[in-house]
Ligand binder design. Sequence first.
Ligand code: WT7
Length: 686
Amino acid sequence: MLVSFITLLRKARHDGAAPEAPKPVSYPPNKAAEEYPDVWQNMAYIKSREEYDVMYQRSIKDPNGFWRDIAVKEYAWQTEPHEHHYTSNFDVRKGKVFSRWFRGGKTNMCYNCLDRHVEAGHGGERAFIFEGNSPGVQAEATYAEALSEVNRLANWLKAQGVRRGDFVALYMPMILELPYAMLACARIGAVHAVVFGGFSAEALAGRIEGCKAKVLITCSATMRGAKPVNLKAIADEGCEHAKAKGHEVPKVLVYHNPECGKREDVNMVAGRDEFWQDAVPHQSPQCPVEWVDAEHPLFLLYTSGSTGKPKGVVHATGGFMVFVGQTTKYVFAVHPGDVFWCTADCGWVTGHSYVTYGPLLQRATSLVFEGVPTYPTPSRCWEVVDKWQVKQFYTAPTLIRSLMRFGDDYVARCDRSSLRILGSVGEPINPEAWRWYRDVVGSGKCCVCDTWFQTETGGHMIVNLPSAWTEKPGSASLPFFGVQPCLCDEKGREVPGVAEGTLCIKTSWPGAIRGVFGDQKRFEETYFKPFPGHYFSGDGARRDEDGYYWITGRVDDVINVSGHRIGTAEVESALVAHKHVAESAVVGYNHPIKGQGIWAFVTLKEGEEYSDTLKKELITTVRTEIGPFAAPDVIHWAPGLPKTRSGKIMRRILRKIAANKLDELGDTSTLADPAVVQVLIDMRGK
Ligand code: WT7
């Protein structure tokens, strides 16, 4: 046997046959390329799955070289990163978990977003377009103008004693001053913590206190459709609560929004508060750049998990910069001058990555919209698209579904011919919404790019590269360069091929979370302990025969409401803050517009009366504890909750009751008191 093998080998050598090279994988013809000729020919950077494969393979075989080449070629550094700049450990069993990218490099995010383009002679190009809540309220800012504004604010911050590494909290509506404030922080090495304008005073206080913000930048008020929101009043209350928790914000800068109310009517605290319009214009429009290490924190952004209080996710300058710049470029096929509109609020990660930083890194024009998509009519988005000739439009499935309800006419009456790419993010897009988005909004001529990512990932992880391959509605398709997803079974073993499991990421990527603010233990426990060796995403997913990923939703106790992550534990603790509530258990249920809605089971204290008035009060409690977007859709009175003998609430049963799938309750025999299930069923709708 051995002899014959050697003979064969010799024979082969003698014949001069080379060892067989791996055959390039061939894929079915790419229909997307034919369907979207303009994107394919004139915009896309990657034109086929084969081309993607080559680049992807290099990105995972040589992450150090792959990312360094890009970083050095496409970004500005005061000092370039080391030849070997990347180290990480994702395996808790091997010690401390960490990621470091572009070590040795010194850079500045603001310099890369603004100065770099101005210095290269592009100062006259548009950096931002502002579209106000009311049609007709608008503004444009060139790169040079944006730079001056940012510098003035940066100088003001420095005058308040804000230094490298200090935290600045931002509680603002979607006006240009919000990205300016983010950029001003980045310029001086301060770390911004943006708090979404929909959060309550209580939630704002927790965040201000959490990072000991040196300055709070806020706004007098904002209009959301026909409704004014008095942000300053909430900010004041937030500062009060923060003080009670032990941290007093020394300085508050207030942008007076001329669209809502007179300046005289804004409550100002003497010695602490100052109007932006009084303070900032006097500052010099020049401000030196603070060069920071690539690993210097760029921002802190709080996000919900399945347990405890929201976590402060920390992102690092260099990695985040390179990663969001590249995802913006490839996923949206962005070229300088493109008008790019991401409808997300800067209070969420999508706004950080794809309103402020990504588009500017690619020298595009980012559109900032203060209003709501249905005001004054459900045509608003498409009117804005026409007015500014938007090329890339990026939104969440919930918005698509809500506009779909108003019918096609609101869309059809607008031209929309400038559109090329339609992005989707926040939750799996249901095929009906996908089709409406592509066929009605995009008139069948635009690529739909589904993008899966998270606050923790900084930028896109699983994406459709436009026209590089055929889309499948509902699937975000393939990993971005450098991203190595895997599916794990419940024992933590990786499952290969066509499979379903928990979505994990095997190795670090430049945009990876660097830590949970002030809590390495929680960082490791949340993301790296559940599946040792990997980053645990919290999502379930399926991989099909073409290698496409299909996200199936969260596997933990996190609810995704309109693309916003809400921890069930947070809502529960808000509910039990009410004096009449003994206990509560919150679950998600399918909601036609929001994706998921919040269903709260509530047990009252002995002797308290279950009433509709109390239901309203409880909803108000959640609105004040967290924010209006976290308000439960349903309060379900629960004289008892289904618990195991060890006292664990069986949410599985509660989810079925909420979904009205009473024949799927499963085994209830392990419950301490199986009778509570029938009581809950009887209380449905009461
Ligand atoms: C969670 C992250 C970063 C987007 C804004 C929300 C869900 C996000 C998709 C998508 C299916 C998605 C996941 C994820 N999600 N994008 N394209 N398809 N699900 O950021 O608050 O950090 O939430 O949103 O469940 O874990 P986030």
